[in-house]
Design a protein around this ligand. Sequence first.
Ligand SMILES: Nc1nc2c(c(=O)[nH]1)N[C@H]1C(S)=C(S)[C@@H](COP(=O)(O)OP(=O)(O)OC[C@H]3O[C@@H](n4cnc5c(=O)[nH]c(N)nc54)[C@H](O)[C@@H]3O)O[C@H]1N2
Ligand SMILES: Nc1nc2c(c(=O)[nH]1)N[C@H]1C(S)=C(S)[C@@H](COP(=O)(O)OP(=O)(O)OC[C@H]3O[C@@H](n4cnc5c(=O)[nH]c(N)nc54)[C@H](O)[C@@H]3O)O[C@H]1N2
Ligand code: SF4
Ligand SMILES: [Mo]
Length: 760
Amino acid sequence: MPEPWRKTACILCECNCGLEVQLGGEGGRHFTRIRGDRGHPASRGYACEKPHRLDYYQNGPDRITAPLRRKEDGTFETIDWDTAIGEVAERLAAIRDTHGGDTIFYFGGGGQGNHLPAAYSAATRRALGSRYRSSALAQEKTGEFWVAGRLMGTVTRADFEHCEVALFIGKNPWQSHGIPRARVTLREIAKDPKRSLIVIDPRKTETAELADIHLQVKPGADAWLLAALAGVLVQEDLVDHAWIERHVDDVEPVLAALGDVPIAAYCEICGVHEPLVRSTARRIGAARSVAVFEDLGIQMNRHSTLNSYLEKLLWVLTGNFAKPGAQYVPAPIVNIAGNIDKLASGDDDKRTPVAGERIISGLTPCNSIPDEILTDHPRRYRAMIVESANPAHSLADSQRMRDALRALDTLVVIDIAMTETARLADYVLPTPTQYEKAEATFFNFEFPRNYFHIRQPVFSAPDGVLPEPEIHARLCEALGAYTDEDLAPLHAAAAEGRTAFIPVFFGTVMANPKLAPLAPVILYRTLGPHLPPGMQSAAVIWGLCHQFGAKYPESLRRAGFEGRGFEAPERLFDAILSNPSGVVFAVDDYDESWARVRSPNGKIQAAIPELLEELARLREEPAGAETDDEFPFVLSAGERRSFTANTIFRDPKWRKKDFDGSLRMSPDDALALGVADGDRVRLTTKRGSAEVSVEISAMMQRGHVSLPNGLGLRPGSTGGGASQTGVAPNELTASEDRDWLAGTPWHKHVRARVEALAQS
Ligand SMILES: Nc1nc2c(c(=O)[nH]1)N[C@H]1C(S)=C(S)[C@@H](COP(=O)(O)OP(=O)(O)OC[C@H]3O[C@@H](n4cnc5c(=O)[nH]c(N)nc54)[C@H](O)[C@@H]3O)O[C@H]1N2
Ligand SMILES: Nc1nc2c(c(=O)[nH]1)N[C@H]1C(S)=C(S)[C@@H](COP(=O)(O)OP(=O)(O)OC[C@H]3O[C@@H](n4cnc5c(=O)[nH]c(N)nc54)[C@H](O)[C@@H]3O)O[C@H]1N2
Ligand code: SF4
Ligand SMILES: [Mo]
């Protein structure tokens, strides 16, 4: 019999394209063939080159298959699960009881492919009384979330499939994706003479190469460029006055500020010719629809929150919202942006306990985490749970991050592998890989048809690991968060079936303030065992289906899930369980987006005084002053390339090219430094220094160098034999280099020096 194709998904970026895989090799524990799944509602058979290498994740180095405890001498010993759970619960409970649960900090909750840990860990956090948490989102998206919150109380995404004009700012979707079937969509826009692809990037990226218009901005000068673009819209009167009249409040201060922008001077500063800036603004102003995507190039850069504001003003002023090809508000299964709706009504006072930094979307800014630990402040973070993240490598200032992690009373890491972070832990709790258990992501942002995909396990898990929901349930139990009596009626009802389970669950759990916050693990324990084999972890999704049905009944009905009360969500849950390629769960009308705007009067609140002040200050800021003789280069630390995938792959051999991640540099700079392609150079910032080989690249402009993301791991070094491939970017970044408002890092804008080395 031929080996069957099994359905799953790619875990390497937020698109989570559907995949079909065949298994084989030793013990049948390898992927032998991988292809795109045509049945997947969003990717429809599409896949880029990266997932073909997923066996390097599934069978990667540093896998851990038993809980580990740090010994006095710093080495680790294997312990059994009862000991591990008992000791972790005991140590965290002691910290809670002595210093308060809010000194226990949680980081992570999932990477690009696995968000069930985020759902289940909420119960453990509540059982511990933990209040502060963070994730990678708080070093990229929180500035954008804050702006979106202030403007309209919700985040938006954009409809690139149908837009007339596509605008990518600091985003290279050819490599990083982020929209479904990115390369197909980009090519379609590029080849259609009626549509335009516009890219703002200092590099001539693969996307810029395809573009109709490339604004090759100077690194870090986007605020001036975006101000000039928005300024032209106002000064040449390309704004949609009728639309603004109907939908936008408080626009006068914005029009006044933009009316005042010295266009010619700002074009000079950002390095883009004024006629090109003007014609680009006219193209945007005249288009039937414009879709915009801002990403790390501006979010991890100077003026990051101001950049997000100016980006959004481009489409607000031209009325590009709630219509085909423009921005929209999706109906999410889980709202990953958190409670930003409150920002629209002026509630902006959540701050971190030590440094007093803004908490956005419930998240402590990643760059201020060390400040919250490395202090004797009584409310400092004293313990930390890290789950499915590698902050010792991925957050700014690795040296300082390591110091902070070492300074904790207790560090618990939940991961599949002995990562750079796990090596600093007191306890390491191992889990199955994402292909050995049911998993799903909450990166569901599509519109007008949104979809959800729960993947079934394709391999069995090795002995000795436990899936995250089991770990969290056991921790809650060890903490005494609920008792057998609490669960008894739920077990009885679940055995009868879901119809019997519904009233008991909503009546005894959701109506009980002690139990309601523990709902995810309670569902896992009670409903979970009655789900199909391997799908116990889907139990929390049942709760999410009911939440969704209560909040978006019409979207659900239009997706074909009809019925009164609990019936429609029950049908949705059945469909999710029985469709291994994923399910469309929401179908919307375009103007539905308006109903999701959360400002008090339902209009977009255009003026953000804090950012209008920053906009005004651009005039006084010295142009180009960020480089000097000591550090003549701007380093972008963390570019996405065809063989980078955060730190999901630990084995460098997964890369078919660019094995050790070269530093890209313009031909002019290489000539001036006297280095040839492949030569080794020393790259130095105020924070660190590394040796790296050079790739001379016509993509780069003078004065700008770029390092890939996710390299510099040390696989296999647990035993002492450290072998590092490539440069770990955050050995070169500093935690104080961050946005004043959102705390987002300036990873794409690090002052640097490059020196030629004697070649061996
Ligand atoms: N292949 C691959 N794909 C990925 C990932 C991966 O690791 N590898 N990671 C995923 C994740 S987690 C994310 S968040 C996304 C990120 O996706 P992107 O944001 O698209 O990725 P980057 O390459 O980090 O940055 C985008 C661009 O910013 C540009 N840039 C640098 N400085 C500036 C500047 O001053 N101004 C402007 N306008 N642009 C600038 C860079 O030249 C680069 O082309 O990618 C996802 N997809
Ligand atoms: N200088 C610089 N730094 C950056 C960036 C940059 O551009 N420049 N990009 C940043 C961005 S945008 C992001 S999103 C972050 C990403 O950084 P992180 O959020 O730290 O995430 P990953 O590198 O994806 O690490 C994911 C971890 O999950 C583990 N894992 C995999 N599968 C499972 C599982 O099923 N269960 C559990 N428990 N663990 C699992 C992996 O072993 C790995 O340790 O990096 C950021 N860091
Ligand atoms: S686009 Fe992203 S999710 Fe899709 S196959 Fe490529 S890396 Fe995987
Ligand atoms: Mo990211």
